[in-house]
Design a protein around this ligand. Structure first.
Ligand code: NDP
Length: 312
């Protein structure tokens, strides 16, 4: 095992991680950032990003993440390919193992490992991801304004996505696999009261149809076995997200879904010198701009922590 000592270690490379890197590097903290298994994070599987301020004409997700990376590098962040596979925060300074072969000791750690949308794992869903298949109505709904779309799921996220889409789309079909929804009453009421949302109960997705882009969704009633095709241009999967926080289990405080818990108004975790930002600690907003915001907060919190320790 090779060993290295760094000042600030940033784990993860979405908007939160890169923003933390920009701030930490400009503050002279010499950050080292490990990109993880999906360099650039969830935005790299998005096409156009139109709601990030400062890009009046929109920008595509992968390009935006390359720009974030460039900006972090410009100020001296050491950006590296590699996956942090284990951490040990039981003694200070903190330790992290990269790819099971490189041990890093760090004065401060910023976690920005993000979250991953859950998918149905149908081959057609994967093939058409970004071409009509999406896991984010706020990001992609606009492209289907005036059209018919399908939403899968029956939790609060699915209801929220369906309500959002109902305001811009012609018609929203919501596929619920049971005869009831898991979502809170208020969210269900909103969905059931919307004129252009049709809930299809006991209904599962068989296949997303279309060559280059989504044309229709083949669904099956799991009570009667009846199949039918619903013409639609957008297919929104809203069956939950999973924070990428497995390596912190039993080490950092997290809620029952695995989202890291930070002290209100800060990015501090329950361990001194470990800060959490982005979707790994946010199950509510989950936007690039909010992730970037908390990445900035994490760097400022780390800077203050190191100054107090007289390490900055
Ligand atoms: P949930 O886990 O609450 O719901 C997931 C939904 O997806 C369930 O209805 C589930 O069905 C369905 N589902 C799962 N797998 C499949 C599948 N393979 N095929 C079809 N359907 C499937 O996730 P959410 O993201 O909705 O919510 C996560 C947490 O965030 C919750 O605590 C929620 O309350 C909260 N939240 C709160 C919001 C708010 O207050 N504004 C907004 C969004 C989320 P089944 O019920 O049959 O298991």
């Amino acid at each position: 095992m090779t060993q290295e000592k760094v000042n600030v270690l940033i784990i993860g490379s979405g908007p939160a991680g890169y923003t933390a890197a920009i701030y930490a590097a400009r503050a002279g903290l010499n950050p080292v950032l490990y990109q993880g298994g999906q360099p650039g994070g969830q935005l790299t599987i998005t096409n156009d990003v139109e709601n990030y301020p400062g890009y009046p004409d929109g920008i595509n997700g992968p390009q935006m993440m390359m720009d974030f990376q460039k900006q972090a590098e410009r100020f001296g962040t050491s950006i590296r390919n590699g996956l942090v596979t284990k951490v040990d925060f039981s003694n200070y300074p903190h330790k992290a193992i990269v790819d099971d072969k490189h041990e890093i000791t760090a004065n401060a750690v910023i976690i920005s490992t993000g979250a991953s949308a859950k998918w149905l794992n149908l081959p057609s869903e994967q093939r058409l991801n970004g071409s009509g298949v999406s896991a984010c109505a706020v990001c992609d709904g606009f492209f289907y304004r005036g059209m018919d779309v399908v939403v899968v799921g029956a939790g609060d996220t699915a209801c929220e996505e369906a309500s959002y889409l109902s305001k811009i789309c012609n018609k929203v079909y919501m596929l619920v696999r049971r005869d009831e929804m898991r979502a809170s009453q208020i969210m269900q009421k909103r969905v059931l009261g919307a004129k252009n949302i049709e809930v299809l109960w006991n209904t599962e997705t068989v296949e997303v149809l279309g060559e280059q882009e989504v044309e229709a969704v083949r669904v099956k009633n799991n009570q009667t076995g009846e199949e039918k095709d619903i013409p639609a241009k957008g297919f929104f999967v809203a069956i939950g997200h999973e924070p990428n926080t497995g390596i912190f289990k039993g080490i950092l405080d997290m809620n029952e879904s695995g989202y890291l818990i930070t002290q209100p108004g800060s990015t501090k975790t329950n361990i001194e010198g470990v800060f959490a930002s982005g979707d790994a600690q946010d199950h509510i907003y989950r936007q690039a701009v909010t992730a970037a915001g908390t990445g900035c907060m994490a760097a400022l919190d780390a800077e203050r922590f190191l100054a107090e320790k007289e390490l900055a």
